[in-house]
Design a protein around this ligand. Structure first.
Ligand SMILES: NC(=O)c1ccc[n+]([C@@H]2O[C@H](COP(=O)([O-])OP(=O)(O)OC[C@H]3O[C@@H](n4cnc5c(N)ncnc54)[C@H](OP(=O)(O)O)[C@@H]3O)[C@@H](O)[C@H]2O)c1
Length: 228
């Protein structure tokens, strides 16, 4: 049985991972913006909003085997992904950086007592955060903030790796997955679109098979490395 912290346990992929890990009899602590509707005795949940974070009320002394960040922002009622430089808005860029990179890093700072020698920390990133894979352009705020997340992951893997020798800190691309985040765009893709459950099962398999040499890397749902 693992002790798992899942940040964003109400999102499409986050919820599917939560259900899968609970069905495998792991203990799951959820951080989410809205209360979680689930009465599993294996689950504890706390409210946590990146825009107004406040205190973290996790039980003192609790150490996690696995910490997953399943949060992310691409669009909301105010901001849409940019098609061109004409669409650039400073506040939209700042907001994407906040949700996709800055707030997760600030949360990691608060979790320093919850990490142990062999904790795995996994961030859901995105293939579009890869600089070498960018052949289409557009989506400035999302692409840039995910590239920044990837740098954060690499940095964190170096620093935490010095103190926690068996730790693995890495990023995962979940594939294109049916969710609120992808809904306006899935009809345009010409590859497979996963259900959240399919993606969650694939991601869990990759997480299970992680080796120390994967720390600092970004892998996709099939375990293949994504170049920077
Ligand atoms: N779906 C895809 O095709 C796809 C592809 C590549 C990468 N990804 C990545 O996968 C991750 C999960 O996305 P998803 O598809 O599951 O989307 P989703 O269903 O929209 O979930 C997004 C998650 O982020 C949380 N979140 C958003 N803004 C937040 C804020 N201000 N404070 C705290 N939490 C916030 C949401 O919380 P609420 O539930 O409270 O809204 C939700 O848990 C993201 O990092 C995304 O970039 C997804």
């Amino acid at each position: 049985m693992m002790e798992i912290l899942l940040v964003g346990g109400n999102g499409a992929i986050g919820k599917a991972m939560r259900n899968e890990y609970l069905s495998l009899k792991n203990k799951v602590t959820i951080l989410s913006r809205k209360p979680v509707e689930d009465d599993s005795a294996l689950m504890t949940s706390h409210l946590y909003d990146y825009e107004n974070p406040g205190e973290l009320n996790i039980e003192e002394g609790k150490k996690f085997d696995l910490i997953i960040f399943a949060t992310g922002h691409l669009h909301n009622h105010k901001y849409k992904p940019e098609k061109s430089i004409k669409d650039i808005e400073e506040s939209a860029l700042s907001f994407s950086y906040l949700i996709n990179c800055i707030a997760p890093l600030c949360l990691i700072k608060k979790l320093s007592d919850q990490i142990k020698n062999n904790t795995k920390i996994v961030f859901l990133s995105a293939r579009v955060g890869s600089i070498s894979d960018n052949n289409l352009g557009g989506w400035y705020a999302y692409r840039m903030s995910k590239a920044a997340l990837n740098m954060m992951i690499k940095n964190l893997s170096i620093e935490l790796g010095r103190r926690y020798k068996e730790s693995i800190i890495m990023g995962l691309h979940p594939g294109t997955v049916e969710s609120k985040l992808s809904a306006p765009f899935v009809s345009h893709v010409n590859h497979e679109v996963f259900t959240p459950n399919d993606s969650a099962r694939k991601l869990i398999k990759v997480i299970e098979n992680l080796k120390k040499q994967d720390t600092g890397k970004i892998l996709d749902y099939a375990g293949n490395k994504i170049e920077w």
